[in-house]
Design a protein around this ligand. Structure first.
Ligand code: HEM
Length: 451
């Protein structure tokens, strides 16, 4: 009995201490933001809200609607500034970027990024094209099989397999056939892993030269220049990061575009017409030996599809995959050029930019909940920092071009061959996972008719 009372007593004391700790922490964050002249708000715990069934981006949307475009709070345990003001976002993402470098130490991130960025250049993407074509062939074969078996099915499953196949091929070169056939075995790296390993070899050669006294890694001023290399551990961690960053985002972007096209038949018709005209033009310009017009597409010619581009932009406006975050590396007073906005940020403050909410700002997107691709054609002059599906500034999505390339290829091939429409099993409004870090639909069941 005494033993039981001791346990109860210990639990009560522990809970009281936790409560006291949270209160103190809350109080210190409140005082901190008050001293920075930032409105402090005690927001409900996001994890408890998720447990109750509220999705993260809707939670953020509610909070910003209630408290405004700039406020400080305790978010996931840390002092966080919620920010939905494009003028201030611009300062953080570009001019003052070096003071908001995010999670990793700046030099390490800069070095890794300097290796990774060139692997996604237009030239390298062109080299990867045969691999992407191969993934598209598999996607279309799957569509053929599924549409023969059932009238309606979960298209997300097929696009998920496509995204996985693409990342396996593009990043790790899992299939050699296409590479040998189309690149004539030039000896040049055609996948991401080979490119990273090439960069590592280059670094080793540089070190060898340095040991020989040639001082290869000093710049003209005698300072050490940024060394482009990655350790084995960093290469492995980068590959894992690719899977995480590439799979869900790309799958969701393609699946949700299809969902919106199925809901908006007139938009789908206009897109089909655009693709048909584009294919006719490609065929006219070709020597006539290739009968499948989709094989004539090139990386450059895809930019001619203005309406497709607008559809993808609008899908990512409505459903950006993740919020953007940056951490301040020092105390800094942000002031816009015209002085209309200021923000006093302290070292380690987290800047949380809920892209889902930012993309619903009525100043830039009238009637924000409506799917209107035209807004990206008729009025593309809205504030650049009010649209962040791929983030922005030096830390933006390193694979933006590859991702858009994949999404475009998948949509063109699908819509050219199939008409998509909603059916009884289609979830309207869309049903998303609640606890995922990425905005990802549970399933996208559509009726799929061969054209
Ligand atoms: C439609 C598809 C995609 C979307 C919407 C998307 C979006 C994003 C966003 C919002 C960020 C954070 C940017 C920031 O903080 O400013 C990001 C970062 C990143 N993404 Fe993507 N992404 C997509 C596809 C991909 C793919 C296919 C890959 C890889 C093959 C990839 C690799 C990365 C990496 C490595 C980062 C971290 C960059 C860094 O910290 O330097 N993403 N992405």
């Amino acid at each position: 009995m005494v033993y039981f009372e001791v346990i109860i007593g210990a639990i009560v004391i522990t809970l009281a201490l936790i409560y006291y700790y949270i209160k103190r922490k809350e109080e210190s964050i409140r005082n901190k933001f008050t001293s920075q002249q930032i409105k402090y708000v005690k927001t409900p715990n996001i994890l408890i809200q998720a447990y109750k069934g509220l999705r993260a981006e809707l939670y953020e949307y509610e909070q910003v609607k209630k408290w405004g475009k700039v406020f400080g709070t305790r978010f996931l345990g840390s002092p966080t500034i919620f920010l939905c003001e494009p003028e201030l976002i611009q300062l953080i993402m570009s001019k003052e970027f070096t003071n908001f470098t995010n999670r990793r130490a700046n030099e390490q991130w800069k070095r890794i990024r300097s290796v990774v960025t060139p692997t996604f250049s237009t030239g390298k993407l062109k080299r990867m094209k045969p691999r992407l074509d191969d993934s598209i062939d598999t996607l279309m074969a799957n569509f053929e099989t599924f549409s023969q078996e059932k009238l309606q099915f979960n298209v997300k499953e097929l696009f998920g397999a496509f995204a996985m196949d693409t990342i396996l091929q593009v990043a790790f070169g899992t299939k050699k056939r296409a590479e040998l056939k189309n690149n004539k075995n030039t000896g040049k790296a055609t996948n991401f892993l080979e490119m990273l390993l090439e960069a590592e070899d280059e670094h080793e050669q540089m070190l060898a030269k340095e040991n020989n006294g040639t001082n290869a890694i000093k710049n003209d001023n005698g300072n050490s220049k940024l060394i482009k290399f990655m350790t084995n551990d960093e290469i492995i961690s980068q590959c894992i990061q690719f899977f995480i960053a590439a799979y869900d985002t790309t799958t969701s972007a393609i699946s949700l575009s299809c969902y919106l096209l199925a809901l908006n038949q007139s938009v789908q018709d206009r897109l089909y017409e655009e693709i048909e005209t584009y294919f006719n033009r490609l065929q006219l310009e070709s020597d006539g030996t290739e009968l499948d017009p989709s094989k004539l597409m090139t990386f450059e010619s895809l930019s001619q599809l203005e309406y497709l581009n607008a559809i993808i932009n609008e899908t990512l406006r409505l459903y950006p995959p993740i919020p953007i975050e940056r951490t301040a590396s020092k105390d800094i007073e942000l002031v816009t050029e015209d002085g209309s906005h200021r923000l006093n940020v302290k070292k380690d403050d987290i800047i949380h930019i809920p892209a889902y909410t930012l993309h619903r700002d009525e100043r830039y997107y009238p009637d924000p909940e409506t799917f209107k691709p035209e807004r990206f054609i008729d009025n593309p002059e809205f504030h650049k920092y009010a649209y962040l599906p791929f983030g922005t500034g030096p830390r933006n999505c390193v694979a933006r071009s590859l991702a858009l390339y994949e999404v475009k290829m998948a949509l063109i091939n699908t819509i050219y061959r199939y008409r998509l429409s909603v059916c009884e099993q289609t979830k309207i409004p869309m049903d998303f996972y609640i606890n995922g870090q990425i905005l990802s639909p549970k399933e996208v069941v559509l009726k799929v008719d061969k054209r």
